[in-house]
Design a binder for this molecule. Structure first.
Ligand code: NDP
Length: 306
């Protein structure tokens, strides 16, 4: 059993920023980093749109600095993932995967969001054997090889652009005849000679053998089924929020994102605050996550002072 006034769940820009503010306010926060310390930012390489870095900044360096800054003010940063939440009791009780139960007066949820998969059995079969949801983590293994990226949003375009610098050929599998991505990202993928967009296509099956992925079977809207030869299959179809342990206890929207009082971090349960991608299906940027972590800590400070 462990006790604290302020428990923060999530080791991404939102969680670390909340920890910086909460520790500077003398709240001695405890922060559990979860399964992916550093959060989704660690799945990218250089961050060029975080203010203050005119030449860009390495994503791991950026998030590592946020963590170090929180620790320097006394935040108690721990490894571990919350597996159960009891929000109907006071203090709140959160169970961690190492068996620790933490009791806390307030809770800041900054557990982020996780990559979505298509849900095909063949995709599961080859996960880690050619199927990946993180181009910047796994792209290295496909140097000078052929790969496919599913999706037409900013994530898919970013993955495709990154992979085009490593791989001989990148197919983008797009289910409509337009890209959802921003104009700038669209222009980036269109300008790369080794990226080919396969419009109006859905993935039927990931093909492979004992060595891993060898291709993808596609169904085009006109009914044609055809195969492409690839060694890697990357997902870029969005994310789902990490809110499973709060289901039935906190107000969530139809996609599982935590609903907050507009303009604040306040949730449907008094004393529970939310920050970052777990409550933001719209912006999902490192800077917006960090800003919402700041808001959550300020809201907590005010709540505890009352
Ligand atoms: P989005 O929801 O924006 O895009 C998801 C894409 O995947 C869409 O093209 C969608 O198709 C496609 N898709 C979804 N489900 C399937 C499926 N089952 N089969 C095939 N295709 C599918 O997610 P992103 O992760 O790209 O972006 C999320 C947010 O993060 C956005 O606001 C984006 O702007 C932002 N972002 C910003 C970045 C930056 O600024 N550098 C980088 C990455 C993301 P359809 O269009 O048909 O629905």
């Amino acid at each position: 059993m462990s006790q604290t006034r302020c428990l923060i769940l999530g080791g991404g820009p939102a969680g670390y920023t909340a920890a910086i503010y909460a520790s500077r306010a003398g709240l001695a926060p405890v922060l559990y980093e979860g399964m992916e310390p550093g959060g989704q930012l660690t799945t990218t390489t250089v961050v060029e749109n975080y203010p203050g870095f005119s030449s860009g900044v390495d994503a791991n360096t950026l998030v590592g600095e946020m963590r170090a800054q929180a620790a320097s003010f006394g935040a108690d940063i721990r490894r571990g993932t919350a597996v159960k939440a009891e929000l109907g009791v006071r203090p709140f009780r959160i169970s961690i995967d190492d068996g620790t139960v933490v009791e806390s007066e307030v809770l800041i949820i900054a557990t982020g969001a996780t990559a979505r998969y298509l849900g095909l059995p063949s995709e599961q079969k080859f996960r880690g054997l050619g199927v990946s949801a993180c181009a910047t983590c796994d792209g290295f293994f496909y140097r000078k090889k052929r790969v496919a990226v599913v999706g037409g949003g900013d994530s898919a375009c970013e993955e495709a652009s990154y992979l085009s610098g490593l791989c001989s050929k990148v197919y983008m599998i797009v289910r409509r005849d337009v890209l959802r991505a921003s104009k700038a990202m669209q222009q980036k993928v269109m300008s790369r000679e080794n990226i080919e967009i396969l419009w109006n296509c859905n993935t039927q099956e990931v093909l492979g053998d004992a060595s891993g992925v060898t291709g993808v079977r596609l169904l085009r809207k006109d009914g044609e089924v055809f195969d492409i030869e690839v060694d890697g299959f990357f997902l870029g179809i969005g994310h789902h929020p990490n809110t499973e342990i709060f289901e039935g206890q906190l107000k969530l929207d139809e996609n599982g994102y935590i609903v907050t009082v507009p303009g604040t971090s306040l949730t449907s349960v008094e004393g529970v605050f939310a920050a970052g991608d777990v409550q933001d299906p719209r912006y999902r940027q490192a800077i917006t996550a960090a800003a919402s972590g700041c808001k959550a800590a300020l809201d907590v400070e005010k709540y505890l002072a009352q």
